[in-house]
Write a protein that binds this ligand. Structure first.
Ligand code: DLL
Length: 432
């Protein structure tokens, strides 16, 4: 099932032609309306009217999150505020937040693109969609809400939190699709189990999860616990929010909405495009955004293109699940490690609860990394010998998968904080 088959199944040649036309229009627009881009283009001698092929995009400058912060709040808007009907902002935990705006047309486009993602993941107008993303400056709640309404589904705008109530509503309103972060889905699944509710009594069929990295192992666990089909969807506020890319029912990579976003994958150090299929940093240029266009925005997210055709029939390029952000990468004893790699190992080991946290501290010159893992009650209160055995097993699995040894600490069930939104997997005590 497609939402906009003429776009999703467009031939490569037609897609590239459409992208080029839209890119030309976007470049002229930002040059005319955003002093930041005009200055940058002038410095580099770029004439937007002289943009002839998609390859020329490599001559354009990158845009960084810092550029957005420096223009706080409205410096990069390409339309007057009177044409802006919605404002969102990213959380700004690592500095000043970034503010983004949408015209009425942008909201229409956004709803359509989220409608594509929902449709690809199996949701139709017959579904009851429970949106457990926060409704706030965060784009998750409103973004998915408008998309779900667009396809005509019955939308429950419950927002995040209050897990017992989420579950009651899920039962009473016969929710068929759950929308939230994967870590919150996991928490909901655990709570359902603890409450002694049989998942067969629920009407849930689909789960659409995104906004944070998660592993294939975690998907399997959520699918098993909730008896649903779980798909991944990706986006970021600077570019639009959810709706940038999403998985189809094949669950093997996320289709990028390429008629609205031009995606490149570059080596994060040299900034040169990587060979097709190689992993690098995703860079996005918006092709239709009116209020807040971005040119070659460096997402910091690491992924790769999957150039093989998808059996679902969509012709849009797929990207692999995002393994993490370059700024979340841990360097442990000189080896690059992403929290999602640690997660994949933990989910695979019998006896561990799939809740973990990575604590980094500095004792002396070296960083000291401890993986805290929750274990089931039976193991935690079991004899020392068994605990030690499990700890050894986790250590050796991590060592063989990651190539480095890390400390492991087993902790009692429910000691680590549960997430209702984006999970905090890494606690960096060095920065405190
Ligand atoms: O998280 C938008 C969103 C909402 C996407 C709901 C999907 C569903 P931000 O708060 O600006 O926007 O955070 C964007 O979150 O750069 C990634 O690092 C991460 N992220 C988003 N989706 C995924 C995903 C929303 N599916 C940042 N897998 C991005 C891995 C993701 N990371």
């Amino acid at each position: 099932m497609y939402w906009e088959p003429d776009k999703e199944c467009m031939s490569r040649v037609d897609m590239e032609q459409l992208q080029l036309e839209r890119l030309q229009a976007t470049l002229s627009r930002v040059y005319m309306n955003v002093p930041f881009y005009r200055k940058k283009f002038d410095e580099l001698g770029i004439d937007p009217d002289n943009f002839r092929s998609l390859e020329d995009i490599q001559k354009l400058p990158f845009t960084l999150k810092n550029d957005l912060r420096d223009s706080y709040p409205y410096g990069l808007f390409a339309v007057p505020l009177r044409d802006v009907v919605r404002i969102h902002a990213s959380s700004g935990t690592t500095g000043m937040s970034t503010v983004v705006g949408y015209t009425r047309n942008d909201i229409k486009t956004w709803s359509n693109l989220v409608a594509r993602v929902l449709t690809a993941a199996g949701v139709t107008k017959d579904d009851v969609v429970q949106i457990a993303f926060g409704y706030s400056l965060f784009t998750g709640g409103f973004g998915l809400h408008y998309g779900a309404e667009r396809i005509g589904a019955s939308v429950i705008p419950i927002s995040s939190g209050n897990t017992a109530r989420q579950i009651k509503i899920m039962q009473d309103f016969r929710t068929t699709a759950l929308v939230c972060t994967p870590s919150y889905a996991m928490h909901i699944a655990d709570t359902i189990q603890e409450m002694g509710i049989n998942t067969n009594s629920l009407s849930l069929k689909y789960g659409l999860f995104g906004a944070e990295p998660w592993s294939e192992e975690m998907r399997q666990e959520i699918q098993r616990k909730l008896k649903i089909i779980a798909t991944d969807n990706y986006g970021l506020s600077e570019v639009m929010g959810p709706g940038v890319a999403g998985e189809c029912l094949e669950r093997n990579g996320l289709h990028i909405n390429e008629d609205h976003f031009y995606a490149e994958i570059v080596n994060p150090e040299t900034l040169v495009p990587v060979a097709p299929g190689e992993t690098g940093e995703l860079v996005i240029t918006t092709l239709t955004k009116e209020a807040f266009p971005v040119i070659r925005f460096r997402t910091r997210d690491l992924t790769r293109f999957i150039p093989e055709p998808c059996p679902c029939g969509r012709k849009t390029m797929r990207m692999s699940r995002v393994m993490g952000r370059t700024d979340d990468m841990l360097i442990i004893k000189g080896v690059n490690v992403f929290p999602s790699q640690i997660e994949a190992v933990l989910f695979d080991i019998e006896g561990t609860e799939p809740h973990y946290q990575i604590v980094i501290d500095r004792k002396g010159p070296m960083d000291d990394v401890t993986v805290q893992v929750e274990v089931s009650e039976s193991i935690f209160f079991d004899e020392m010998k068994k605990q030690n055995e499990l700890m050894k097993q986790i250590k050796s699995r991590l060592a063989s998968e990651l190539g480095i040894g890390v400390e492991v600490k087993l902790v009692e069930k429910k000691t680590l904080q549960r997430s209702e939104g984006k999970a905090r997997r890494v606690i960096d005590l060095r920065k405190l």
